[in-house]
Design a protein. Structure first.
Length: 405
């Protein structure tokens, strides 16, 4: 049976249909092709994904093992997300990875939750001040796509202006299009500059704490890890905000939240992680030897893509779809195993997203879509799922006095 392209016409609009078709045709481990016809496996079975992420000895994060490198051109658009020779935590394994993960977790754990919440509210209010008197806005490009990067830049040590300038480069990277390599280059340069600045002048921020506790990790390794933290922290959080707001604006179950309720905000956010998780697919793991998985023969060096959304919707564990959302957190949205998203990073993302949603509801209580829901579109990316725009209307209201810049 022929493999299906991971990126194809309409796949970004209704990926659930694509995962169902893959499951019917191939089962829980589906052969797919990446850009340029490069073969890989997409793991969409819940149990199979748990096995892959829980066994780093058999399914390694070491990309040097990939058996397709001879077929990958230097200008391959997926190199920003699937690469080798990069000294970042994404490609580090074993004890060195565990020490590196602890360093990053400790640096992030030093973030004061009260300060994080206050910063998130401040930046959210400033962004809303820019359009609240107008009575209309695009909550993706004027809000959700700007809020996480501003908060994270402040936490890590960038100025507000420098952080805002990173939005385009990170978006280009994640979309994995023609500008992906240029976006990666800009982000790398910005991270190099910040690390150099903090080496000379430490401050109370995440990067300074990373440097202080780095042990034998080099300057470039700190730079690479900062790139990971920034890109993995910004775009999924932005999509979490946008998709949650979209759900609350279009689903009657969450209508009460538009008038001051708060419990439904948590419910909507968790439902998004189950049903429309921002990180749909994640590269990757590489088989260290020949093995079998989900009825498939996996050869040594084969690339396995983590199908997080496919696993979340696996009918083998979702016999009653509604019963596993709500307060259930057993989804794969933050991955699993020793390479999962660090817990402090999850907490930071959740605080930014929840605050961003709540501030919108507080400031714009009669907000509603200004276009038919069916006219909205999703970003064309095989990795992240998010809206390209979210036009809304509301009663014009005066700004609180904050300024952007």
């Amino acid at each position: 049976m022929s493999p299906l392209p991971l990126r194809g016409p309409g796949s970004h609009e209704e990926p659930a249909d694509l995962y169902r078709a893959m499951r019917r045709k191939h089962g829980p481990v589906a052969p797919v092709t990446l850009d340029g016809g490069i073969p890989a496996w997409l793991v969409i079975g819940y149990r199979e994904l748990h096995q892959v992420t829980g066994d780093p000895d058999l399914f390694s994060r070491d990309s040097q093992l990939w058996n397709q490198w001879d077929n990958v051109p230097d200008d391959w658009p997926l190199r920003p997300v699937i690469n080798r020779g990069q000294p970042s935590i994404l490609y580090t394994v074993g004890e060195r990875h565990r020490r590196r993960s602890a360093m990053l977790s400790d640096a992030l754990d030093g973030v004061d939750p009260a300060v994080l919440r206050a910063d998130s509210e401040r930046f959210a209010d400033e962004l809303i001040d820019a359009f609240c008197a107008r009575g209309t806005a695009d909550l993706i490009n004027e809000y959700a796509m700007l809020l996480p990067v501003r908060v994270l830049a402040h936490l890590y040590g960038w100025s507000d202006h420098e952080g805002l300038a990173l939005v385009t480069s990170m978006t280009d990277m994640i979309n994995a299009g023609d500008r992906a390599l240029a976006g990666q280059k800009h982000l790398h340069g910005s991270c190099q500059a910040l690390v150099a600045e903090r080496l000379a002048d430490p401050a109370d921020d995440v990067v300074s704490r990373m440097i202080a506790a780095r042990s034998d990790f080099t300057d470039e390794e700190i730079v690479q890890d900062l790139m990971v933290l920034m890109s993995a922290g910004h775009q999924p959080t932005a999509d979490w905000i946008g998709t949650s707001l979209h759900l609350m604006l279009t689903d009657h179950r969450f209508a009460a939240s538009m008038f001051g309720g708060r419990s439904s905000v948590s419910e909507a956010m968790n439902e998004v992680l189950w049903e429309q998780t921002p990180t749909q697919n994640m590269p990757g793991r590489y088989a260290t030897r020949d093995t079998n998985l989900g009825g498939r023969r996996i050869n040594a060096g084969d690339l396995l893509i983590l199908g997080l959304q496919g696993a979340n919707s696996d009918p083998q564990v979702r016999t009653d779809a509604a019963s596993l959302t709500g307060g259930n957190n057993a989804h794969f949205s933050f991955s699993h195993g020793e390479h999962r998203c660090p817990f402090p990073a999850q907490e930071i993302s959740e605080v930014i997203a929840r605050t961003g949603i709540e501030v919108v509801l507080d400031r714009l209580p009669d907000i509603d879509l200004s276009v038919p829901a069916a006219s909205l579109h999703r970003r064309e990316s095989p990795w992240l799922r998010g809206l390209t725009d979210l036009p809304v209307k509301f009663s014009p209201t005066p700004a609180l006095g904050g300024t952007l810049g």
